[in-house]
Every structure is written in C-alpha cells, then in structure tokens.
Design a protein around this ligand. Sequence first.
Ligand code: KIV
Length: 265
Amino acid sequence: MSTAWTTTKIRATKGREKLACLTAYDFMTARLLDEAGLPLILVGDSLAMTVLGYANTLPVTMEEMLHHTRAVTRAVKQSLVVGDMPFMSYQVSFEQAVANAGRFLKEGGAGAVKIEGGAFRRPLVETLIDNGIPVLGHIGLTPQSVRKTGGYKVEGRTADAAAQLLTDARELEAAGCFALVLECMPSALAAEITQAVKIPTIGIGAGPHCDGQILVCHDILGMFPDFTPKFVRRYAELGRDMIRSFAAYKQDVEGGTFPAPEHEY
Ligand code: KIV
C-alpha cells in the first residue's frame, strides 16, 4: 500500500494526529521536507516575497507559481503538494479559475490547490471539486486582500467577524474542501472553528487548538534575520549563518587561503 499523502488521508487525520505543514518553493527544500516526513507542502504565493523579492503576494503570476511548483513536485515522493492559486488567477471567472487550477495538477504535478476566501467562494470551490480538483480553503487573514483590508491584522476579533469566520468555515466544509487554513485569528475562535468542522484546520497564527500548523519555511529557518512574526518559532539561524559563511569565503579567497592543497587536482 502506498504511504504517500493524499487529500483523503489528510482529511482522515482529523481528531487523530496533528499535521505539521510548511511551505517550499524549490527542489532541494522540498526534498528535505519530504524526507523529514511532512504530510503537506504548500507552494505558497508567499513565494512572491521569500524568493522573488516582491513587497506582497499580489504580483506573483501563474507562470512563476507553476515554475516553482514543478521544482517542488520533482523532489517529492510522499508529501501532498498543494499549489497556491495566485491573485487574479481564480477571481475573474469560473472558467479561468478551473483552467488555472487544472494547470497546477496537470503541469505542476500538484495534488490540490489552495484559494483564499470564505463563504462567497463556495460555488467556485464546488466547481473546482466537480472538475476533479481538490481544494484547501484559506480564511482569516487573507493576504491577497491586503489592498482592501489596508494591512495585515488579526481577523475575527469582534463577535460579528468571529461569527462570519465560523460561517465561512462551515460553508467551505460543505463545499467539499479537504482542509482549511486558518490564518491570524484569536486561538479561542480557531478552537471553536476546529470543533465545528469535520475537516482538519491548519493554523498559522491561530493558536494551538487547530488540527495542524503551517509556517513559511524561510521563517522557521531564520532566513530573514531581522524579522520574525509573533506566531513563528525559529529552529535555525540560517540567515545569519549564510552571511557569516559568505563573509568567511570572501576572506579566504581574498587572503589566498582558499583553495587549499586538498582542493587541488
Ligand atoms: O503563501 C503562503 O505561504 C500561505 C501560508 C498559509 C503559509 O498561504
């Protein structure tokens, strides 16, 4: 029997095991995450900032997302790879959304796609699933709406906003999402949503009661030495280590100590 992670298997973890998920955008990182046994790897549109240097997720294109999704799926043997649909790849029409989501599976080799938005996305989610494309929902802070919201902030703090997020979660579950990302909301609300739905919730800045957690790989590795969001735990200081390594290499080359005899042919 295959031990590879599928959307069905992810869904079946509800109430049984916690899901540790991370983002990846390249072959090597994906290979290491897969070897570490992570059930789900998201090729997030955070690619825009982490790899491509944009200020937010809005500019990243379908071609850029597919290019990186292919690199990730070439490496992965066990994890479920989810392609994040970029801004304006699914908002314009259902026809475009199905075509673009289909490209993640057909050309990118992904097992599912992620889209942002709550109850109003139900008809689109149903259409994607009807066409054989599994969907990971994403509610709470939805970074693609940053121009509307005016910034990144914790969502669901008022009673009305919390009730709306609960409705969003239920509607996305009813639409057929196999799991839901809950981003930046009070832990108590994420706990309530997690209790209310039968599909796994995967939190980011949503506290410990979710069925799983997801973080941006660059954040946990300390690749941005001067910035860590409150909800991130850093497991390495690669940013600082890399600067140190580059500087040491520079010093060795400039000082003539590299290459040494053992590096010569
Ligand atoms: O693009 C992204 O990285 C995300 C998060 C949920 C991690 O959407």
